[in-house]
Design a protein around this ligand. Structure first.
Ligand code: TYD
Ligand code: MG
Length: 454
C-alpha cells in the first residue's frame, strides 16, 4: 500500500495532503514542504473499537500545591519566567541571530548552576572551546555547568538520561538532528521532531529544558510555529541592533503572566540587569523638544516610562510617508484619521515619522494619547510642558478612555521626578499623588487645553 504523504507549512504548521505554492491556512508563499519524519497516516482502526481504561475525574476544587520554583538570582529573568524556573517545564527562547541568546542562556545556566541546580548546556552551534572562551569573557569559568557540543539528538537524550540534570539548555533547536527523521537539520520536520522529543523528555524525566530558536525575518521562530504549541513558555529576546538595551518578553506562559518583560543592558562583560528601565529609557532624553512626549506605560506587572518621538514635515511625495518604529502602523493611521475627522487637524501632504526611543516596542492602546500629543507637538512645532507624562486610549469617536493601572503609572512618573500628568478622567483614582493632573474627557478638549486652539 502506498504511504500517504503529508505536507507541512513552515510558517504556521498547518498540514496538507498535497503540496502547493501557497499555504491556504496562513497565506505565506513557498513555505510548504513534505513532512517525511512522522509519516502519520490515518489510524487503521477507530479508537472506539477497543475499550480503553477509565480515567479518574476530579473536582475543580481539588487542592493543588503551586509548583516549587528555582530562582536563578537574575531577577529580570526570574520575573519573566513567572517567579523562577518550574521543574519539568519546557521553554522556548526565540530571537534574531546575534541578538544575544547564547550569552543570556550561558549566564542563566551559570546562575542556575550556582544556585544548586544540576545544569547541562548543549551547544549545537559552537565548539566547546568557543563556549568556554565566552564563559571566560563573562567571568563564569568557575560555574559548575556541564558542557557538550553535540547535534545528534539520540546521543543528547542518552546523555541526559544518564546525567539526570535538573536543567538542560539546547542551543539551538535548529541545529538538532534526529536520525529517525529523513530530512536536513533545520527543516520543519527535524525541528518539530527534536522539539517533540525534548519536551516529552522534559515531562517524563522531570528535567526543565530551555530551547533556543532563531527567528526568521518575518518574526517567526524559524521553521515551526508548532514548537510554540509544544512548550509551556515562549520568551522572545528582542532589541535594536544599534542599541544596548535587550528585552526578554514572555509571549506565552503556562506558569505565569504573559506580557511580562525583563530588561537587560549589553556590556562588554555580558548582559547586565536593568532594575529601573524607565530611568534607562529616559536617560538619552535631551531638553524638551517639539515632537517629544513621555508615555507612562505598563509592561506586564511593571510601569515603564518611554519617550515617543514624532517628526512631521511637508512631503515631497504624492503619497506622504508614514513610518513607525516600535509601535503599530495601523494604530498610527487610526490616530491620524481621528485627529483629522474629530478635531479638524489634517495631515494630508505631510510625512509622519514616529519612533519609540531606546529600541522599545509598545503595544498598549494606552499609548494613543501620547502618540497624538507627539504628532500634534511636531506638527505645531511646539514643545509640550516639561516634566509631563501622558497616557490614555483614544476611541474612533474622539472620546478618551482611562488606561488600566492609572495609579501605578502616576507613581512611577513621580518616582522619576515628573511633576505633571495628562490622563483621561475616570477609573478609580481620584488624586494624582503629588502630580499636577490634567484630565481631558475627549480629544478636542485635550487639543484645546494643550495646544491652545489647536
Ligand atoms: P550571541 O549571544 O552569540 O547571540 P545569539 O546567540 O543570539 O546569536 O551574541 C552576539 C554577539 O554579541 C557576540 O559576539 C557577543 C556580543 N555580546 C556582547 O559583547 N555583550 C553582550 O552583553 C551580549 C548579549 C552580546
Ligand atoms: Mg547563539
Amino acid at each position: 500500500m502506498a504511504k500517504t504523504k503529508n505536507f507541512l507549512c513552515a510558517a504556521c504548521g498547518a498540514s496538507f495532503s498535497k503540496w502547493s505554492g501557497r499555504c491556504e491556512a496562513c497565506g505565506e508563499w513557498n513555505t510548504i514542504s513534505e513532512d517525511r519524519g512522522l509519516s502519520a497516516g490515518p489510524p487503521s482502526k477507530s479508537l472506539g473499537a477497543s475499550r480503553g481504561k477509565p480515567v479518574t475525574l476530579t473536582d475543580l476544587s481539588t487542592e493543588e500545591t503551586p509548583p516549587p520554583r528555582a530562582a536563578s538570582g537574575l531577577a529580570e529573568l526570574d520575573r519573566v519566567l513567572g517567579g523562577g524556573l518550574v521543574p519539568a517545564s519546557a521553554i522556548l527562547v526565540g530571537g534574531d541571530p546575534g541578538i544575544g541568546k547564547s550569552t543570556l542562556l550561558l549566564q542563566a545556566a551559570a546562575r542556575f548552576a550556582q544556585a544548586g541546580l544540576k545544569t547541562v548546556y548543549v551547544s549545537g552551534e559552537e565548539a566547546s572551546a568557543q563556549v568556554r572562551m565566552r564563559a571566560r569573557r563573562l567571568g563564569l569559568s568557575e560555574a559548575p555547568v556541564k558542557l557538550a557540543a553535540e547535534t545528534n539528538l539520540r546521543d543528547i537524550l542518552t546523555t541526559l538520561e544518564t546525567e539526570r540534570p535538573q536543567l538542560a539548555i539546547i542551543d539551538s533547536i535548529q541545529t538538532m538532528w534526529a536520525d529517525n527523521v529523513d530530512s536536513a537539520p533545520g527543516s520543519v520536520s527535524q525541528v518539530r521532531a527534536a522539539a517533540h522529543e525534548l519536551t516529552t523528555f522534559a515531562k517524563r524525566r522531570g528535567v526543565s529544558v530551555i530551547l533556543v530558536g532563531h527567528v526568521t525575518k518575518e518574526g517567526q521562530i524559524a521553521g515551526p510555529r508548532v514548537v510554540e504549541h509544544m512548550v509551556d513558555t515562549v520568551l522572545y529576546f528582542e532589541g535594536e541592533r544599534g542599541h544596548q538595551f535587550r528585552i526578554l518578553r514572555a509571549v506565552k506562559n503556562r506558569f505565569g503572566p504573559a506580557d511580562e518583560i525583563g530588561v537587560f543592558e549589553m556590556t562588554g562583560g555580558g548582559l547586565a540587569e536593568v532594575t529601573n528601565p524607565s530611568a534607562l529609557f529616559l536617560s538619552e532624553r535631551g531638553n524638551p523638544a517639539p515632537g517629544s512626549v513621555v508615555f507612562a506605560g505598563i509592561e506586564g506587572t511593571r510601569p515603564v516610562l518611554v519617550e515617543l518621538q514624532a517628526l512631521v514635515a511637508p512631503s515631497p511625495h504624492s503619497q506622504p510617508r508614514r513610518t513607525v518604529v516600535g509601535w503599530d502602523s495601523g494604530r498610527l493611521a487610526m490616530i491620524l484619521a481621528v485627529l483629522e475627522a474629530r478635531c479638524g487637524i489634517p495631515f494630508a501632504g505631510l510625512d509622519v515619522y514616529l519612533n519609540v526611543a531606546g529600541g522599545m516596542k509598545i503595544s498598549e492602546p494606552a499609548a494613543d494619547l501620547a502618540v497624538a500629543a507627539a504628532l500634534l507637538s511636531a506638527r505645531e512645532d511646539a514643545a509640550l510642558p516639561p516634566e509631563t507624562v501622558i497616557f490614555g486610549e483614544i476611541s474612533l469617536s474622539g472620546a478618551l478612555r482611562p488606561a488600566p493601572q492609572t495609579e501605578n503609572r502616576l507613581k512611577e512618573a513621580q518616582k522619576l521626578g515628573f511633576t505633571a500628568a495628562i490622563a483621561p478622567a475616570g477609573g478609580k483614582t481620584g488624586s494624582g499623588g503629588g502630580l499636577k493632573l490634567t484630565r481631558p474627557s475627549d480629544l478636542t478638549g485635550f487639543v484645546g487645553e494643550t495646544f491652545g486652539a489647536g
